[in-house]
Design a protein around this ligand. Sequence first.
Ligand code: FAD
Length: 405
Amino acid sequence: LRKPKIVILGAGYGGLMTATRLQKAVGVNEADIVLINKNDYHYETTWLHEASAGTLHHDKVRYDVRDVIDRHKVEFVQGSVEEIKMDEKRVILENGDIVYDYLVIALGAEPETFGIKGLKEYAFSIVNVNSARQIREHIEYQFATYNTEAEKKDERLTIVVGGAGFTGIEFLGELTNRVPELCREYDVDYHKVKIVCVEAAPMVLPGFDPELVNYAVATLEKKGVEFRIGTAIKEATPEGIIVAKGEEEVEEIKAGTVVWAAGVRGNSVIEKSGIEAMRGRVKVQPDLRLPGSDDVFIVGDCSLIINEEINRPYPPTAQIAMQQGEVCARNIAALVRGKSEMETFTPDIKGTVCSLGEDDAIGVAFGKKMVGTKASFMKKMIDNRALYMIGGPSLVLKKGKFNVL
Ligand code: FAD
């Protein structure tokens, strides 16, 4: 009898969680498990803002996928997924193809630029290790170049962050810590540096408690961030951005660096494969399967789940991706054993903590509001927990955050 083949696409939070749980749940004689990922390493997407600002080295945010999987049970294939041919149960990679019996799509998110002109060409996005490294290098280059030019261009020292959501705010927190270091290193007057956050919505961190939002805004403003709320980016150019407040007030902000952190969508492989989606995210069935399919599961940022209480989608988070991975693994294990009853996925939101830099944060955890070092401590515990869930204590010792006091 041929063993069923389980193919997992993506070794991020959702994919690795599925793989590490499945390798325990099914025996080698029950199924073949294949994990496919673009790189031979996993990166902590939730730490990329630190690597982008340059406050944490990019090697600290990644580890070898093979270190956390059981190589006797899971075959790791490094490759970039281009398309899924559902009718043939086949995944097309840039360097070959693989057939499956059960498929898990866990390919994460991509930036959503909402068709804003020039953003793709002239703005950076915090997406993966490559883009984080490039943003860090680019900002540093602007500082290094500033004093070499006969006619000094102050706009080199302006950094625009598009979006005051979770990613934008966390990145600003790191930037405000990094900029004084860069000023010292490159003999740049701190007062010449401008950090501008442009947000089209009328508020910062929508969905967060207003008291916590006020704390975050006041803290970042004290550290030099200028907030332009209710202001939309209309265009990005080689010189900076064009913004508009209302219909008339159009203004150019010259900037050496523009980082777009105002929106994500599901991986484009979803649409390329002809799967029905909303901005690349698939409204999955309660058991995490693709509607109309018995053997394709979708977890993480490529999936969309409605919060029935407010009738809106849950924001895509690592927290949800990991919880989905656990349920997905149990459901596939059941299918492999010929059972048809599936477990329903319900997110269990334990809290949300938004970092404001190394030693400051805001958040709600276990129903309690917190700010400052307490919240920052909680954030590091959450980061360490994610490592623990996938790689156990040895991974926490290798990659964990212990500078908590
Ligand atoms: P990911 O973890 O991003 O993994 C996707 C994987 O797929 C990657 O390994 C990638 O290399 C691989 N891949 C992509 N395309 C291909 C391809 N074509 N072929 C092969 N492999 C591919 N969430 C929280 O819960 N808390 C936070 O504090 C938080 N902070 C964040 C801060 C930042 C700066 C960002 C950007 C996000 C943050 N998030 C946070 C959101 C969180 O990171 C995502 O929701 C989470 O990573 C989703 O997990 P995933 O498994 O879907 O995708």
